[in-house]
Design a protein around this ligand. Structure first.
Ligand code: NAP
Length: 241
């Protein structure tokens, strides 16, 4: 019998992250539900388990060193390795985001979670990913992080944003650098764009469901060994940088 695949999804208590956890759980995988709030985490785990998923809670605030170290330790104790890491947790940073009026704290918040959080979690989990035969890392980015789209007149690029959009561009750049460093390993790392999904992040104004947004992450989490690395993908294919 094949060994059960072990995954960790950050920010999995709601929205797209919850849908990714459900999608991976439906594959028969064991899924760590990374979430910072105990009540929200336990409620998500209960819902996933009720749906038949082999889910377990992982206390995890991606902005906190001790929390991330604790999450890595918990995965090691529970599973001894990690096959798939989905860095999904993200925030918009809130507040006005036009570059001429943005508060630096807003930029800092977006970068702290959406970029530094991903690096912190990835580096803490890398030793466990290296024990897997087919490790995959998926970084949940956004089409608004595409500089090509942002600079194409007439392209649908969301609101002007000096915090959220650049944080996703930064995340894309970091994804490419990880791929470069890990090119001679079996680790595949890619960025995903879920499309505009109805979640708390945008006051549920998105036009896609969280499940639709989760699909590309599930696809990148299940790439074959000869799959791409260092790329940026949405349902329709490659997203231009
Ligand atoms: P969401 O419903 O607001 O969910 C965000 C998740 O991230 C929540 O579980 C939240 O936990 C978690 N989170 C935030 N900060 C965290 C931290 N410091 N540590 C741990 N978890 C943290 O938003 P979503 O739309 O599902 O977003 C998921 C990802 O998709 C984000 O990276 C987002 O940028 C990206 N994305 C979304 C859209 C869209 O249209 N919705 C489009 C493109 C990209 P709490 O419940 O504790 O806050």
């Amino acid at each position: 019998m094949n060994e059960q695949t072990i995954a960790l999804v950050t920010g999995a208590n709601k929205g797209i992250g919850f849908a990714i956890a459900a999608g991976l759980g439906a594959l028969g995988w064991r899924v760590g539900v990374g979430a910072r709030d105990e009540a929200r985490r336990e409620s998500a785990v209960a819902k996933l388990r009720a749906a038949g998923a082999d889910a377990f809670g992982v206390p995890l605030d991606v902005t906190d060193d001790a929390s991330v170290t604790g999450a890595a330790r918990l995965i090691e104790d529970r599973a001894g390795r990690l096959d798939v890491l989905v860095n999904n947790a993200g925030v918009t940073g809130s507040g006005p985001q036009a570059p001429t009026e943005v508060d630096l704290a807003t930029v800092r918040t977006a970068v702290e979670t959406n970029v530094l959080g991903v690096i912190r979690v990835t580096n803490a989990l890398l030793p466990l990913l290296r024990r897997s035969t087919s490790p995959r890392i998926v970084n949940m980015s956004s089409g608004v992080g595409s500089l090509t789209r942002q600079s194409t007149p007439g392209a649908e690029t969301g609101p002007i944003s000096a915090a959220y959009s650049p944080s996703k561009t930064f995340l894309n750049a970091v994804t490419v650098q990880y791929a470069k460093e890990l090119r001679d390993t079996n680790i595949l790392i890619n960025a995903a764009c879920p499309g505009y999904c109805a979640t708390d992040l945008n006051g549920f104004r998105g036009v896609r469901t969280p499940e639709q947004g989760a699909a590309i992450a599930v696809r990148l989490a299940t790439l074959p060994d000869d799959g791409p690395t260092g790329g940026f993908f949405e349902d329709a294919g490659v997203v231009p940088w």
